[in-house]
Design a protein around this ligand. Sequence first.
Ligand SMILES: Cc1ncc(COP(=O)(O)O)c(C=O)c1O
Length: 392
Amino acid sequence: MKNAKPSFVREILKVANRADIISFAGGLPAPELFDVDGIRDATALVFEKNSTAALQYGPTDGVRGFKLQVSELMARRGVNSVKLEELIVTTGSQQGIDLIAKVMLDPGDVVLVERPAYLAAVQVFELYEAELRGVDSDADGLNLESLEVEIAALKKEGKRPKFIYTVATFGNPSGATLSLERRYKLLEIAAREQILLLEDDPYCELRFSGETLPPVIALADEAQRPWIVYMSTLSKFVAPGLRLGWMIVPDGLVQALTIAKQAADLHTSTFNQHVAAAYLETGRLEAALPRIREAYGIKAKAMIDALNGSFPAGTIEFNQPDGGMFLWAKMADSVDTFAFVKTAIDAGVIFVPGITFFPDAKRLNYLRLSFATPSVPDIQEGVKRLARAVVD
Ligand SMILES: Cc1ncc(COP(=O)(O)O)c(C=O)c1O
């Protein structure tokens, strides 16, 4: 812990809560999209039917009824025949990242992360004293030629990465989605090189344009499947306050991960699992999802239009994501967005400077803009403030 750094995003969120600030910083779901009535009804149902089981301790790997619902959800994502034994319910997918790191990593082990990478995963791997190596990504996700080059370079150093961590669909912070071709290729590389692939998939339900792509794990053949750990969560499309995530893990890791989880928290809240199972059983999620996707699509477009309309030509470039919560933007090479965020806060708007997402490279001129939480008028006003701050 002596070397641990506090999360910059968490620090920034303290400022983001100020009433005079429009925040593009956090990856918080829009509160108006929570299905409050649906979750209230599901809670009432739990009290009618199952209250003592919901209030009691439960199994470490999760409540059966919730696991059944998760396996149905995974079937809808194209991952068929998930066995309940390979499914571990976690306290948010963040716990999944922590557990796999705890089980797999010794100090000095190499972990490959996409660059830019999800900050809180980087934080976990650093806490376990891993050596992080970044692999560049582009609009189609992880660059697999760079991945092969990095693996070969490591071999020359006599090292083998313990795993590759990627958010293949609507990346955080990149918003990028790994193409179908690259999904197959990534599986081929992981199995050939015998490197575990950690697919972190919190955003896949939030697609508002383009063709649906199956998660990488859905494309794995029998020989490739043992090389994948898949993680997902209810946080981004039901409610993060439930703290409900899950992992699909190869047989060989089930026991170690279950022991690690038992030591961490015995089990994830039984009450919340019962409520979520009741909610998913009612089918109300299917009714809520189109509304959620549409709302994020509208917000993303509002941000894109506002950026195009407010910034002088050539001052900012950004991706156009098909889903998720983030725009990943690049300013002129001379701009240091870490310094710029202070000017932006004075102008009444906040974002996350890109440097925080590069564990092993100094790239100063990027910023992550989340369109998920603010209203459309706030997005428009916030982008105007941001553009004014650039001119200042
Ligand atoms: C890529 C990614 N993974 C994992 C998480 C953690 O989500 P939770 O623990 O709420 O499931 C997040 C949350 O922002 C995320 O963006």
